[in-house]
Design a protein around this ligand. Structure first.
Ligand code: DAH
Length: 368
């Protein structure tokens, strides 16, 4: 209940005071330079504990005859203040907007930044070319881990414990995982594919391999290989020769199979070799010469070893548990392994393997 508690000030005094306060507030509003300052003034005047709010709260203390007059005066003061506040608010807001527009102005006459387009790395290009080539000939693509077991890397491939390739100067073993290593070749995928997919099989696998090699123009501790495996009924070395001649024809844009059919001497030779996982084993050399438009196959060049291959050793089939085809005939097929960098170097005339990994932007732009 509002109880009459006696007059404190006459309406004339209140009115004079209100005018004085309004003049003061108007000056403060004008002097305010940003919206937060404006908010501070608003709170001081009409906030919960603001001066004017306080005065309005005291209204019930006045005698009924003064209350009406003083109430009207205070409300008019409040309305006047709010109007001035809103006006200044609009002014400051539009000034702030103008400022932002000025700061964020875009000079449309400036030349645009050059756009750097990324390019595919030469090794990615060659790997993609090889993948699409093999896929078009019915090969499937296998993928597998770079950290693998001694079984997949050596034992399964008929490389017994005393084999020199297993020694630590060639192989990078994983310190805290006995029997685990960084694969030294993608032949691991022969074992994985044969033992998980069974027969028949026709696939490739491309990926990184690791060797504890010193770095020079032809060696890096990481490089890439493509491994191929074909085990189908009736597959012989003749199929292997045709398959690899067709691959080299594709890579060097020369129809070697046609030349061979015509009885011509071809610039490719199959040379007896040794790998523990193939019997017989073969290495393939190409005779290349450097022309004005890159390397080409020709008999008056130099012989260069390009890949290893052979008929899969029966022990490999035994180790993978796939000694026979479904009709009971013994498993027979071939495998091959090629260095991806080697192909890229021959095909695109790259002279130093380190260039692939330098990250030199000019080189990447040129070969990308
Ligand atoms: N794994 C061999 C290496 O890294 C390459 C190789 C040779 C793979 C003969 C094969 C093969 O599949 O039959 O040098």
């Amino acid at each position: 209940m509002n109880e009459y508690r006696g007059t404190q000030q006459s309406p004339e005094v209140v009115s004079a005071e209100c005018r004085a306060l309004l003049a003061e507030w108007s000056e403060q509003l004008l002097a305010a330079s940003d919206l937060s300052e404006l908010e501070r003034i608003r709170v001081a005047v009409i906030g919960k504990n603001g001066i004017l709010t306080q005065k309005l709260k005291e209204l019930p203390n006045y005698s009924p005859e003064n209350r009406r007059e003083i109430g009207a005066e205070l409300n008019a003061t409040r309305a006047f203040f709010e109007k001035a506040l809103n006006g200044r608010h609009l002014q400051l807001e539009s000034a702030a907007f103008d400022e932002t527009m000025k700061e964020e102005a875009i000079d449309v006459t400036l030349p645009c930044r050059p756009r750097m387009a990324g390019k595919r790395h030469l090794l990615t290009q060659v790997s993609d070319e090889l993948t699409s080539y093999f896929c078009s000939r019915g090969f499937r693509v296998f993928e597998g881990p770079e950290v693998d077991t001694e079984f997949h890397c050596f034992d399964g491939l008929n490389m017994p414990a005393h084999h020199p390739a297993r020694q630590e100067q060639d192989t990078l073993y994983i310190k805290d995982a006995p029997g685990m290593l960084l694969r030294v070749h993608t032949s691991t995928m022969q074992i994985r594919a044969l033992s998980t997919c069974g027969l028949p099989i026709r696939g490739i696998s491309i990926g990184s391999v690791f060797r504890n090699d010193a770095v020079d123009a032809t060696h890096t501790p990481l490089f890439h290989q493509i491994e191929g495996v074909v085990v189908e009924p009736g597959i012989t070395m003749a199929h292997m020769k045709y398959c690899l001649l067709d691959l080299l024809s594709f890579l060097f844009n020369t129809d070697l199979c046609e030349m061979a059919k015509r009885g011509e001497n071809i610039p490719v030779r199959f040379r007896p070799s040794f790998f523990p996982f193939t019997e017989p084993s073969v290495e393939v050399d190409c005779c290349c010469s450097r022309g004005s438009d890159g390397l080409k196959l020709s008999l008056d060049g130099n012989w260069m070893e390009i890949l290893g291959c052979g008929m899969i050793h029966p022990n490999v089939f035994k180790n993978c548990g796939v000694e026979f085809f479904a009709d009971g005939t013994p498993a027979q097929g071939f495998a091959f392994g090629v260095g991806v960098e080697r192909i890229a170097m021959l095909k695109y005339g790259v002279t130093d393997i380190r260039h692939f990994y330098d990250g030199d932007m000019r080189w990447l732009q040129h070969y990308g």
